[in-house]
Ligand binder design. Structure first.
Ligand code: NAX
Length: 329
């Protein structure tokens, strides 16, 4: 057995974690030889509920689950952690404006960024899922000046997986036959699922599907899939979000397959003309625990307009929370 890794998970009593925690503890994330220690963060009001989840985790008798540390203190939750899944966030309450929601969540991620900065392992890998994920990630980075900004990523893997699944269905192939899917931009309705570089059994997807279907059906279906699930299920995506979080972290740690890539929201370095001060979803390849944005893809006019729209939305989000970005240039 290897030395256990410490994994912090926030929003531990929420619905995504009712799937995610059990999958991590069972060994699905890092395999059957990697013991884990879970650091579970919740708000004080949810600690009783969290205790019930801790009891259920114990009742699974997972051989790889060496210890569980539930807490409402970020300074305890992030101590010495190797991985952090920042899932918990404030949901939109009645009468709450989008700006209020942005502000409330930015405060949470500023505090958590500071605690990670102080207490986490220097190579910690942080996945931000709580919405607005891209901008929360930007805030966390700004508040963790002693950690490399490349330690922080936000999740667009659920959108990526949705796009793969829909394209595979349309082409009558398996999801494993689809490569090089990309979701660009913000994890919001301005995200842009791009099939122009995708391949189906090695062939350019765009040669196999009708471009009008892409524009009229594919793009809006993926953009509004989350809202559609809420309408039908009465609750937002949970098991599929947990699945995407596992996929995202596994890809980051184990690497992307040769000839393929994944979508991750990461700090922009100005590539594809996207401003440097944003966390934007790009196609990335992963290797040796790091990632690189895929360079030199040709971006057509249709795609470029969509990228700019999502960039504009992120710039507006950034403007609203700029007071929390002061700790890093
Ligand atoms: P829930 O409302 O079920 O759970 C959120 C949990 O976070 C609650 O238990 C709450 O007490 C806790 N929490 C709130 N503030 C906290 C803080 N400061 N520290 C620690 N815990 C805190 O939401 P759930 O369905 O689990 O979704 C969690 C977040 O993921 C939401 O923001 C949601 O919008 C976002 N999502 C993001 C996705 C993505 O692809 N990036 C997809 C799924 C999901 O919609």
């Amino acid at each position: 057995m290897k030395t256990p890794v410490r994994i912090a998970v926030t929003g531990a009593a929420g619905q995504i974690n009712y799937s995610l925690l059990f999958r991590i503890a069972s060994g699905e994330l890092f395999g059957p030889k990697q013991p884990v220690i879970l650091h579970l963060l919740e708000i004080p009001q949810a600690m009783d509920h969290l205790q019930g989840i801790v009891m259920e985790l114990e009742d699974c008798a997972y051989p790889l689950l060496y210890a569980i540390h539930p807490t409402h203190d970020p300074n305890v939750a992030f101590r010495d952690v190797d991985y952090a899944f920042l899932i918990g966030a404030r949901p939109r309450g009645p009468g709450m404006k989008r700006a209020d929601l942005l502000d409330a969540n930015a405060q949470i991620f500023a505090t958590q960024g500071q605690a990670l900065n102080q207490h986490a392992h220097r190579n910690v890998k942080v996945l931000i899922c709580g919405n607005p994920a891209n901008t929360n990630c930007l805030v966390a980075i700004a508040n963790a000046p002693e950690l490399d900004s490349k330690n922080f990523t936000a999740m667009t893997r659920l959108d990526h997986n949705r796009a793969i699944s829909m394209l595979a269905h349309q082409c009558g192939v398996l999801t494993s036959d689809i490569k090089c899917m990309t979701v660009w931009g913000n994890h919001s309705c301005t995200q842009y699922p791009d099939v122009y570089h995708a391949k189906v059994k090695g062939k350019p997807a765009i040669q196999l599907i009708d471009e009008q279907w892409v524009i009229d059906t594919f793009v809006p279906t993926i953009q509004f899939r989350g809202a559609e699930i809420i309408k039908i299920r009465g609750q937002s995506s949970a098991a599929s979000a947990a699945n995407a979080a596992i996929d995202h972290m596994q890809t980051w740690v184990n690497g992307t397959a040769h000839g393929d890539w994944a979508s991750m929201a990461v700090p922009s370095d100005g590539i594809y003309g996207i401003s440097k001060d944003l966390v934007f979803s790009f196609p990335v390849t992963c290797k040796n625990g790091g990632y690189e944005i895929v360079p030199d893809l040709e971006i057509n006019k249709i795609s470029n307009e969509r990228l700019k729209l999502s960039e504009k939305e992120l710039q507006e989000e950034r403007k609203q929370i700029k007071n929390l970005l002061r700790n890093r240039k």
